[in-house]
Design a protein around this ligand. Structure first.
Ligand code: LLP
Length: 430
């Protein structure tokens, strides 16, 4: 459940009418709801109450420091995958002992930053990475707490581009080498083995792949303990899906939590969960204005001022996002079927195809739902478009938590090499 709803005929974020935000910051803009972020965090953590469990928000889903701080205040930890995300988590106020560092390509510098910050653990994904982390830790005269991320060879059933737990994916240590890798880790003086990590994919709409993977990992823990390793932590990653479109919703966090309890509750490990989308996805929207309504040969196009560079998910994963007008259509409002597209010069710049909608005219505001996770973080400036602002709402207040980064700011970052300077002089010499 989220807090974006019609009130007196106008869509509001909590108690703030979106038209008012549009007036203040212009369009397009991202808008997040504090009450929804908080609600999702609580709904996800509730089933783990009474267990020794750390909920680490996957910062890659939404890395705005105000969003991270909102969750930090509830006791959230952070799952980070780069030095940049580590910095953001720390600036936002996540205690280092609640930060886990994932990712298959950590650099020496990122490892050193994590060690210096005294983070909770590194989730290591290969033997070469393990060896480098050992060297870095020894260089800093310490040890690094490590789980190895294992690849359980389980198909998550989600979109191929966001499935990570199959043996042909780049993620994790192959199942057949897991014990051997732990043996090596156990021998490295700069590595302190603390547990096991698994993450099989994102936007899972079925609990079965989770169950299969978690069963395998719990069995592995027994084998590893028999091999003499102290396995005290079990990091189960993220991945629980959210409702994007009408129809059967994905499993409820209560059911996910009960399944985790059943399978891993008796493992003797403290648990780490890394939800990203579940917390932020439906806590954010992208608000855009209709520029034109264009009649094509065979279809109609609603041309928005938001584009694929602002929200990449439909172009990248054929993802469905609900779209609604900000002004509530009356009961007798006429409807139309249209493709919602952006101004970018690619046919992939399409938010929805053949979508039935209340009739729209230029100037109307629309809301693109479920854009709080993997929205702003995946934005680019393609077509020299500005980075859209982000706004956080709390009750009847709103605050710009990242201003629009305009084309002037971006052009200022470009530099002219000396051979292209003094345009006039070089022309004269020719
Ligand atoms: N932990 C690890 C190690 C991950 O790689 C991910 C996501 C998560 C946790 C959080 O997963 P979540 O709970 O959000 O499903 N850009 C794609 C999603 C990429 C997910 C990458 N890893 C999208 O827009 O659908």
């Amino acid at each position: 459940m989220h807090h974006f709803a019609y009130r007196d005929g106008e869509m509001a974020a909590e108690d703030v009418p979106l038209a008012q935000v549009a007036e203040a910051v212009g369009t397009p803009f991202y808008c997040y709801s504090t009450a929804t972020l908080e609600r999702h965090y609580r709904v996800f953590s509730a089933p783990f109450e009474g267990l020794d469990a750390l909920i680490c928000f996957a910062v890659k889903a939404n890395s705005n420091v105000a969003v991270i701080r909102t969750l930090a205040r509830l006791g959230a930890g952070a799952d980070v995958v780069s030095g940049g995300e580590l910095d953001r988590a720390l600036v936002a106020g996540i205690p280092p002992e609640r930060i886990v560092f994932s990712g298959i390509g950590k650099t020496a510098g990122e490892m050193a930053a994590g060690i210096r910050a005294s983070i909770h653990q590194f989730n290591v994904e290969s033997e070469p990475e393990l060896r480098l982390l050992n060297d870095i830790a020894l260089g800093l005269k310490t040890t690094a707490p490590v789980t190895l991320r294992v690849n359980p060879d389980v198909d998550s059933g989600s979109h191929a581009k966001i499935t990570t737990g199959r043996s042909d994916n780049k993620f994790g240590i192959p199942w057949s080498r897991a014990r051997e890798a732990y043996r090596e880790a156990g021998r490295l003086p700069g590595i302190e083995v603390v547990g096991v990590d698994v993450h099989i994919g994102s936007q899972l709409t079925d609990l079965e792949p989770f169950e299969a993977a978690f069963h395998r990992v719990v069995e592995l823990i027994e084998a590893l303990r028999a091999d003499g390793h102290a396995i005290d932590r079990l990091d189960l990653g993220g991945g629980l899906g959210i409702p994007y479109e009408p129809g059967t919703p994905p499993p409820h966090p209560d059911d996910y939590g009960a399944m985790v309890r059943r399978i891993a509750g008796e493992s003797g490990c403290s648990l780490i969960l890394e939800p990203g989308r579940l917390i932020a996805g439906n806590a954010g929207i992208l608000v855009s204005r209709v520029l034109y309504v264009k009649e094509g040969e065979s279809r109609s196009f609603v041309i928005l001022d938001a584009a694929m560079n602002d929200l990449l998910r439909p172009a990248m994963y054929e993802a469905y996002h609900g779209i609604q007008p900000v002004r509530e259509p009356g009961p007798d409002a006429s409807t139309m079927v249209a493709d919602f597209v952006g101004p970018v010069c690619e046919s992939a710049d399409t938010f929805a195809r053949d979508r039935e909608t209340a009739a729209l005219v230029p100037g109307d505001l629309v809301v693109i739902h479920s854009a709080g996770a993997y929205g702003a973080v995946m934005a680019s400036t393609y077509n020299s478009r500005p980075l859209v602002p982000e706004v956080l709402v709390k009750g009847d207040r709103f605050s710009v938590i990242r201003p629009r980064i305009g084309t002037d700011d971006l052009i200022d970052l470009d530099r002219m090499p000396d051979w292209l300077e003094n345009e006039g002089e070089s022309r004269a010499a020719e």
